[in-house]
Design a protein around this ligand. Structure first.
Ligand code: GLU
Length: 419
């Protein structure tokens, strides 16, 4: 059998190919040369499998899609406190190149607008880093995420530097308020190189999947950023990633995302996948027209809207069955808060007596921290009620099941009653 996923992606591309509305960005002269017909999509799952269709190997400059990744690198390099003191996390509702700062603090409102991204670039590596070291950090980090060596498109870089007056104005404003501690031109130079790194949608999909996978690279298995950095980066993308169209995007597509003026668009659906599209014609917000349409379709067809989650908890309690004097309570899947709550709710209905209760964990994949704590607390309370408690845990998904008072349930390696 051939998996139908690439065929589905090709069909989605077919569906949007006829839309020639919008215009290629021309404020950076080199981008005006882009082939407006380029159209590609790629999806990478958190298990590390990539599916692609169309122009999936065509390179284009990453532009503003670099912003969330530079933010993640700065958080990893400098810590939340330093980064927060420099740039906020509030959606600005303004265009990407607005000359605006938060009243009072003079911080840029968020790292997804140019003011914030220029300030973030300046934070990379450390307080005394050279411009070259920051660009090296960006190239190394983006390359590790993409799984191949990336490089700066010198022509795009030079073309943008020739016309970078607005970003220079933003940087001068930041320096005026001491947000930047070094010459505006130097920081804009590094930021512009950051934006000119060439990528494909395949690169971006795996980069997005790393954020969706809580910072662990889905192909190499390496932790590339701490989990809290990945979560924060996705949160900022959800609030501010789509320029002044961010609210509309969250309602219609519901996937944390970032677009770039070269026509790229990246999305990252926590726990599931990274996705990326390319199509250079942009709408009035500066987002790729066909990219937005593809993401809308994927979100709708594949139920990817973040606010439309499955009722995970209800599937955790697999069943309760008597086995002589024993009651076997079987769990399955991933036990998080809502799953543990469903189990505890049923256990609370158990009559108070001295019968044995066996928790069968042989079909549990794993416990989250809260799932583990709640389950152990439930066992502790059953024991206090007079029950004998035991767990069947052949795969060791609940190691060291200390009930918090020094006692432990009996641990068995085989399901009771032969079942
Ligand atoms: N390098 C571009 C700029 O700063 C990035 C803008 C974008 O992709 O939105 O103007």
């Amino acid at each position: 059998m051939r998996t139908p996923v690439p065929d589905y992606l090709a069909e989605v591309l077919d569906g949007v190919a006829g839309d020639r509305s919008g215009a290629v960005a021309d404020y950076i002269p080199d981008l005006a040369q882009a082939d407006p017909e380029v159209l590609g999509v790629a999806v990478t799952t958190v298990a590390g499998r990539t599916y692609a269709a169309g122009d999936a190997d065509v390179e284009f400059s990453i532009q503003s899609i670099s912003k969330p990744f530079a933010y993640a690198a700065a958080l990893a390099d400098r810590g939340t406190e330093v980064v927060d003191a420099t740039v906020g996390v509030e959606p600005s509702g303004e265009a990407f190149d607005e000359l605006s700062l938060e009243g009072g603090t003079h911080r840029p409102k968020n790292p997804m607008i140019n003011a914030g991204a220029i300030a973030v670039h300046h934070l990379l590596v450390g307080p005394d880093a050279t411009g070259a070291a920051r660009v090296e950090r960006i190239l190394d980090f983006f390359s590790e995420l993409a799984g191949r060596r990336l490089s700066v498109d010198e022509s795009v870089y030079r073309s943008e530097m020739d016309t970078a007056d607005r970003n220079l104005a933003i940087a001068h404003m930041l320096r005026n308020y001491r947000v930047l501690g070094e010459p505006a031109a130097e920081v804009v130079d590094g930021y512009t190189r950051q934006c000119a790194v060439n990528v494909t949608v395949r690169d971006l999909a795996v980069m997005g999947a790393t954020l969706a996978n809580a910072g662990v690279h889905p192909v190499t298995g390496r932790r590339v950023v701490p989990a809290d950095v990945a979560r924060r980066t996705l949160s900022v993308m959800a609030g501010s990633g789509m320029y002044d169209g961010a609210g509309d995007w969250l309602v219609r597509v519901g996937i944390p995302a970032k677009s770039g003026v070269a026509g790229g668009l990246i999305g990252a659906l926590p726990g599931q996948l990274g996705l990326a599209t390319v199509s250079p014609r942009l709408d009035g917000h500066g987002n790729s027209v066909r990219g937005v349409a593809i993401c809308e379709r994927l979100s709708r067809d594949m139920g990817m809207h973040l606010m439309q989650a499955e009722p995970y908890g209800s599937t955790v309690l697999r069943g309760i069955r008597p086995d002589g004097d024993t009651t076997v309570v079987a769990l399955q899947g991933v036990v998080q808060f809502s799953g543990a709550e469903a189990v505890l709710h049923r256990l609370a209905e158990m009559p108070v007596d001295d019968s044995e209760i066996v928790l069968d964990l042989s079909r549990v994949d794993r416990f989250s921290d809260v799932g583990r704590r709640m389950t152990l607390e439930g066992l502790r309370r059953l024991a206090l009620d007079g029950h004998t408690v035991a767990v069947v845990d052949p795969d060791g998904v609940l190691p060291d099941p200390d009930l918090g008072d020094g006692t432990r349930p009996q641990v068995r390696s085989r399901p009771a009653g032969g079942g």
